[in-house]
Write a protein that binds this ligand. Structure first.
Ligand SMILES: [Zn+2]
Length: 425
């Protein structure tokens, strides 16, 4: 987050009460938005369904042990879920293929003797979901099944107009275009953006869209598309996607750091984003990472803003002696030009320092590096490691970090992942 964005936040909180009443969407604010649930059962049943989603295909014995249930109690729950069409048994003889929680060890159980262990899985093709991600100047829309697996190709377009009504109309058109007519009609839609969202529908802060008052985006989109809609913070969505369907399944504490137009950070515990009312304001945006780094717009020297695309472009310009865009830096780096390579090395080292800071204070067992300029991080893992090691005790466990290939589709699918999570909770 830049200083300008931090300032905008102050204005926003001051103007929020007045703004809420003056928006076009203000009229909807008291009406509850209907949202479907796959089933309504005991908390234990919902936990088991979620466990099958995360760790499945999974047999009954480990499932019972993960949730501390007797085999009998678990069998009743799984029978209910099979009856409701939420889960199904895998064909006999198929093996458990899912990833189990970190540190989980299966105890041999006497009840297990002689009983074939059939693995259970979610009936993933029974429902589809739409995911929408609004990012810097673009919108990406995609469709997934109930296990968040992609259906068809995604659609990305430039934002035509940033007014709430224009964004709504564009998304509605894109959703209609993107929906596969041969798949089940979308059950729900998840929308994610960089900003602050209340009650999974009211956008109170959205720096990329320049909205100066609260917008009931959930209601606007639900009305325009006819699809039950929830709106989420983009980073929390990526975090939940990784914990339920991606790299962080079973990881007890997991952090995501993103680099791109801004610097993002989010943390999860046991598969759920850690909640804090202030976290969507970019709390890791101005952390000191290089005392000799460039000055940010808030006046700090070497804070984490130096990982943003604008700051990298500015630093690159001063290195090569003429004004360059971030894209030029990207091209020069692809062409392996020495000056670009050195700035990449320095940037990766700084990123490593940020990863070490997060690892030391929040103690996640894994860190994911993402965001639209995470390709820089992929170029020089060694410098990231050096940055981490410089600020990590030599006897502390090495920090595990992964850098998946970045696509905006992953972010739109992640928004759908949260819609799925709400559907089974
Ligand atoms: Zn700063």
């Amino acid at each position: 987050m830049t200083a300008e964005r931090a300032d905008a936040r102050i204005e926003d909180s001051a103007g929020r009460a007045a703004g809420a009443a003056s928006t076009a969407s203000g009229a909807h604010s008291t009406r509850e938005l209907a949202y479907p649930h796959w089933f309504r059962k005991s908390e234990a049943t919902h936990n088991v369904a979620r466990g099958i989603m995360q760790y499945g295909p999974i047999a009954r014995t480990p499932l019972a042990q993960i949730f501390d249930l007797s085999q009998g109690a678990l069998s009743r729950i799984t029978s209910d879920l099979i009856y409701d069409g939420v889960i199904e048994e895998m064909p006999a003889g198929s093996v458990q293929a899912g990833r189990l929680p970190e540190g989980f060890e299966l105890h041999e159980s006497s009840e297990r003797r002689g009983r074939p262990q059939t693995a259970l899985r979610i009936r993933e093709d029974s429902h589809t979901f739409i995911g929408v991600n609004i990012h810097d100047q673009e919108i990406t829309v995609s469709q997934v099944n109930a296990m968040c697996r992609p259906i068809g190709s995604e659609l990305t377009e430039k934002i035509e107009g940033t007014a709430p009504e224009a964004v709504t109309a564009q998304i509605a058109r894109m959703v209609a275009q993107c929906t596969d007519a041969s798949a089940p009609k979308p059950t729900a839609m998840g929308v994610s953006l960089g900003g602050h969202i209340d009650d999974d529908r009211f956008v109170t802060y959205a720096p990329f869209l320049y909205w100066d008052a609260t917008v009931d985006l959930g209601a606007l989109l639900q009305e325009a598309t006819g699809i039950p809609t929830k709106v989420f913070n983009d980073l929390d969505s990526v975090l939940l996607y990784e914990c339920w369907f991606g790299d962080a399944i079973g990881v007890s504490r997991f952090a995501v750091i993103t680099i791109g137009a801004g610097v993002g950070y989010s943390l999860s515990a046991h598969g759920n984003p850690i909640d804090n009312p202030d976290k969507s304001y970019g709390l890791a945006g101005h952390v000191l990472i290089d005392p000799e780094g460039p000055r940010c717009s808030a006046g700090h020297i070497g804070c984490s803003q130096c990982l943003t695309s604008d700051s990298i472009a500015e630093e690159y310009s001063s290195i090569i002696g003429h004004v360059a865009t971030f894209q030029e830096f990207e091209e020069d780096l692809a062409a392996n030009k020495p000056q670009a390579r050195r700035l990449c090395e320095r940037t990766c080292y700084r990123l490593g320092v940020l990863v070490a800071t997060v690892a030391n204070l929040a103690m996640p067992s894994r860190v994911l590096i993402s965001g639209e300029s995470s390709f820089i991080a992929k170029k020089n893992r060694e410098s990231i490691r050096k940055g981490i090691d410089a600020f990590r005790h030599s006897q502390a466990a090495p920090v595990e970090f992964t850098i998946p290939n970045f696509t905006w589709r992953l972010w739109s699918d992640s928004a759908a992942a949260r819609a799925i999570a709400a559907f089974i909770s």
